[in-house]
Design a protein around this ligand. Structure first.
Ligand SMILES: Cc1cc2nc3c(=O)[nH]c(=O)nc-3n(C[C@H](O)[C@H](O)[C@H](O)COP(=O)(O)OP(=O)(O)OC[C@H]3O[C@@H](n4cnc5c(N)ncnc54)[C@H](O)[C@@H]3O)c2cc1C
Length: 391
């Protein structure tokens, strides 16, 4: 098989790249280790920055997003049993975030690719990338019991943090920047109408909690737990009890409970690899960087990377020039590091790092008090949360 761009991974990065390339008349094949049903049901992120929404809409895959997405103009920070609204819309000159689950974005992109005759090879095994340091980049894999070989001009490694593309780059060519946090998020999906129209980020002496949502009927809620926590130690009643405690507020606000549809624990990590390119292999999305989910940046960074990569390939096929491709890593990393800073900062402000240390607790409360009382501080949060400019 031969194509122009071989893409490993049908997550948001790989699918969106394939779609954007198609719009430029550039051929690609996506090779994915999981089945279509699995990737279309995988529960992950759900907060889309304004720029990500605009990109999806402008590229023609935003119809359902516009119909079903929930537009939020603000978020609430809650501490000492009181809520403080950050009016992002007003502070950013009219920007907003949209709640639309990552697996819905994936469904829309898969549908668009297949409808346009795009090729996605699902359930590929033994995927390997070869020849990307020379003139013959090749992806080898097994599909339906047959060995496959995809020859291409370039390879896009969009296979997430645990994929094979990044580890295929020779040791020593990449520098890793890594921070692992001493806690994780226990997340639930619940058949319970969200008890707030907007997200609530709660700081509590027992740890962080987040009230989020996926639709007007389905709530998504999170609790800070120790990094090595066992999910079996958290029956549903314990989860709701802890959420009730950490989200409690004075007044008549109530947290509505309901059946837990899904639950899981996700570790928290900040990670960047530099550069995001080696020879004819380009890394995008989680393959190159991951953020703790507090800033809601993971999926948005993946979209930002492939937007630049698609521009680079478009320039190359239109003119033979590689100016944008050569700058790919530098262009993306500037924005990636700003999102890393913001995600780390949100995490450090809202989580208990050392439950014994009362100095830290007082300092964090003072920071939240300052943050919610200063227009300058609120503006800084708001402009990062809705998404910094692409370029
Ligand atoms: C459990 C979990 C929960 C998360 N929750 C949030 C959240 O609440 N908010 C937030 O902002 N972010 C969250 N994130 C982060 C966000 O989902 C990611 O940043 C986003 O998925 C990045 O997209 P991607 O396409 O780069 O990678 P991925 O979505 O990981 O896609 C990579 C794709 O490559 C495939 N693949 C892997 N290895 C191979 C291989 N060898 N061969 C072929 N295909 C392969 C995978 O199956 C997958 O489909 C979460 C991440 C995880 C893991």
């Amino acid at each position: 098989m031969r194509t122009q761009i071989g893409i490993v991974g049908a997550g948001p990065a790989g699918l969106l790249l394939s779609h954007l390339l198609h719009l430029q008349g550039i051929e690609s094949v996506v090779i994915e280790s999981r089945g279509r049903k699995y990737i279309e049901e995988r529960i992950r992120a759900g907060v889309l920055e304004q720029g990500t929404v605009d990109l999806l809409v402008e590229s023609g895959v935003g119809a359902r997003l516009k119909r079903e997405g929930l537009i939020h103009h603000g978020i609430e920070l809650r501490f000492n049993r009181r809520g403080h609204r950050i009016n992002m819309h007003e502070l950013t000159g009219g920007k907003a975030i949209t709640i639309y689950a990552q697996h819905e974005v994936v469904k829309d992109l898969v549908a668009a690719r297949l409808e346009a005759g795009g090729k996605i090879i699902f359930e590929a095994s033994g995927v390997g990338v070869h020849g990307f340091d020379g003139a013959s980049p090749t992806i080898r894999f097994q599909s339906e019991g047959q060995a496959g070989e995809l020859h291409c001009d370039y390879i896009a490694g969009c296979d997430g943090f645990h994929g094979i593309c990044r580890p295929s780059i020779p040791a020593g060519a990449l520098t890793e920047f890594d921070r692992v946090y001493p806690f994780a998020w226990l997340g639930i999906l619940a058949q319970a109408p969200p008890s707030s129209n907007e997200l609530i980020y709660a700081y509590h002496e027992r740890g962080f909690a987040l009230l989020s949502m996926r639709s007007p009927e389905i709530g998504r809620l999170y609790l800070q737990v120790p990094h090595d926590e066992d999910i079996n130690a958290w029956p549903d009643e314990r989860i709701w009890g802890e959420l009730q405690t950490r989200l409690a507020a004075d007044g008549d606000w109530k947290l509505t409970e309901g059946p837990v549809l899904q639950k899981g624990i996700t570790g928290m990590r900040s990670y960047v690899v530099e550069p995001m390119q080696y020879g004819k292999l380009f890394l995008a999305g989680d393959a190159a960087h991951i953020v703790p989910p507090t800033g809601a940046k993971g999926l948005n960074l993946a979209a930002a990377d492939v937007r630049v990569l698609a521009q680079g390939f478009a320039e190359y096929y239109a003119s033979g020039k590689t100016r944008v491709l050569e700058q790919y890593s530098r262009t993306c990393l500037r924005r990636v590091w700003k999102a890393q800073r913001f995600s780390w900062w949100m995490t450090s402000v809202l989580h208990r790092f050392d439950t014994e240390n009362s100095f830290d607790q007082r300092r964090q409360i003072a920071e939240l008090d300052y943050l919610t009382g200063s227009r300058a501080a609120m503006t800084s949060l708001a402009e990062n949360y809705v998404g910094l400019p692409w370029d």
